[in-house]
Design a protein around this ligand. Structure first.
Ligand code: KIV
Ligand code: ZN
Length: 519
């Protein structure tokens, strides 16, 4: 038997766009520090290219790309730019400090986009492609060009644009399924067609970029690779515009587990997938669907008796990969109020967390407080606690205390004390129900225009003493943010989530006025 060594030809480059396309999901905004944290884990896990943002979009985006470019040790750092010289120059400036920097510039090529969005004739679009790639090459020799809405583009025109982009110096050609419309066979054939017809195709690497509007983003990405693409653009947990992008963890594991029929490999350290998923979920406050492939809470859970019986006899009966391969550690360590710091640190490691010393200290104090109130501390409790710690580490407004009077005799009232940038402020308010009263206290102490777009509660574990996890989405102008709060008391969790969202809006420059006179 001969062992085959993976060839460079079959290597698929992973281009992560969690910080750009992922951050474009409504409510998934991250603070500057959170973006740095995500970039660091992407770099550590072996992502080849990190699309760190869209530098022209805001100063915040520019700063994030610039600092990620400075810090990243291994990956190529990429900034996105439309087909305008201003965009491209800004992206070029942002990636300047990178050891290896890329400009990703895109332009729509489909009839519907050219007519309605660009209001340009195809020959004008073709000229713009040449101009944008040429401009980008002034900053770096690593230039990616994307044919936006590529899967709905007329083939002859697509081939002409691709050929022109390569001739102008593009080294990666991306054909995105911008609207999540294609199907695997069609997408695979599209790459085969372009690679066969474009005379200089061998001078560029082809890339897939799939959206999940019909739930086929991962299947389409893999099909594109079978058609000759060697770069997959994807995001952690599949976050992204509308229904999201192809999930990084799913494409990586599909290529790994089914290597017999998909003979491709990536450089990703799969054991870091769970950690990356948790971090992205914590900083975006986007919960991971329980039955999500690879990283969902139930991805390795076996509930039915028949399945459990099979698993006890041989895990291969119902598991096509082990939880350990994706970084889920099986554990028998039970946590409770007698568990010390060492056990807590060990548990965090098992769960895939790496906290800074001050975060660890705070998390431990909160763990002890929770253990005093709750008999059984499950892994999910610790995850909720740590996720909250990560998400709220930089909050300017914090909950100090909350007392609520609820029940049949309305109106319900709440008294809240907040720490507003180091100053304690207390107020009482009534409301239509205890949650409303709680939120009215916050509004009285921190008046703001933001509107509540989403309020969701779910239990972290089972039992009446389970922690409640509340998600809140607030919108102010064109900014929309989501935050989570967890606590055995649903109202405290609600206040934490609401404050978390307010803090995110503050971090994004939304102005609010703390009522320093309220007592
Ligand atoms: O979906 C898309 O077409 C994009 C491009 C910018 C590549 O995100
Ligand atoms: Zn996209």
């Amino acid at each position: 038997m001969t062992t085959q060594t993976p060839s460079e030809q079959d290597r698929v480059v992973i281009f992560d766009t969690t910080l750009r396309d992922g951050e474009q999901s409504p409510g998934a905004t991250m603070t500057h520090d959170e973006k740095l944290e995500v970039a660091e884990i992407l770099d550590q896990m072996g992502v080849d290219i990190i699309e760190a943002g869209f530098p022209i979009a805001s100063d915040g985006d520019f700063q994030a790309v610039h600092e990620i470019a400075q810090r990243t040790k291994n990956a190529v750092v990429c900034g996105l730019a439309r087909a305008s010289f201003k965009d491209i120059d800004r992206a070029g400036e942002a990636i300047k400090p990178a050891r290896r920097g890329r400009i990703h510039t895109f332009l729509s090529t489909s009839p519907v986009h050219m007519k309605w969005k660009l209001q340009k004739e195809p020959h004008e679009v073709l000229d713009m492609v040449i101009a944008q790639v040429t401009r980008a090459r002034n900053f770096t020799d690593d230039v990616e060009w994307s044919a936006e809405d590529g899967t709905r583009t007329e083939h002859d025109f697509l081939c002409r644009c691709v050929e022109a982009a390569i001739k102008a110096g593009a080294t990666t050609i991306n054909i995105p399924d911008t609207v999540g419309y294609t199907v695997p066979e069609e997408y695979m054939a599209l790459f085969e067609m372009v690679r066969a017809r474009v005379p200089n195709a061998d001078l560029a690497r082809f890339s897939v970029h799939c959206h999940d509007d019909l739930g086929m983003a991962v299947a389409n990405s893999v099909a594109g690779v079978r058609g000759g693409a060697r770069q997959i653009e994807c995001t952690i947990n599949g976050i992204g515009e509308r229904a999201g992008n192809a999930a990084l963890e799913e494409v990586v594991m599909a290529l790994k587990v089914r290597n017999d029929v998909l003979p491709f490999h990536t450089n990703i350290d799969a054991t870091m997938l769970t950690r990356a998923s948790k971090l992205v979920s914590a900083v975006t406050s986007f919960p991971v669907q329980y039955n999500k492939a690879i990283v969902g809470r139930n991805a390795f859970a076996h509930e039915s008796g028949i399945h459990q019986d099979g698993m006890l006899k041989n895990t291969q009966t119902y598991e096509i990969m082990t939880p350990e391969t994706v970084g889920v550690k099986q554990t028998s360590l039970v946590m409770g109020k007698h568990s010390g710091r060492h056990a807590f640190v060990h548990k965090l490691e098992e769960l895939g967390y790496q906290l800074a010393a001050n975060q660890l200290e705070d998390a431990f104090v909160r763990f002890k407080a929770l253990a005093d109130r709750k008999k059984h501390i499950y892994d999910e409790d610790i995850e909720a606690l740590v996720d909250e710690e990560i998400a709220h580490a930089h909050d300017r407004i914090k909950l100090v205390s909350l007392t609520v009077i609820a029940g049949t005799m309305g109106p319900q009232s709440a008294t809240a004390t907040l720490d507003i940038e180091g100053k304690h402020m207390t107020v009482q308010a009534t409301g239509n129900g205890p949650v409303d009263a709680t939120f009215n206290c916050i509004k009285a102490l921190v008046p703001h225009e933001a509107t509540l777009e989403l309020y969701q509660v779910h239990a972290v574990t089972q039992g009446t003493d389970a922690q409640a996890e509340v998600s809140v989405r607030l919108a102010a102008g064109d900014k929309s943010v989501t935050a989570k709060g967890a606590d055995p008391d649903t109202l405290v969790a609600s206040a934490k989530a609401y404050l978390g969202a307010l803090n995110k809006l503050l971090a994004r420059g939304v102005r609010m006025h703390a009522q320093h006179s309220a007592q």
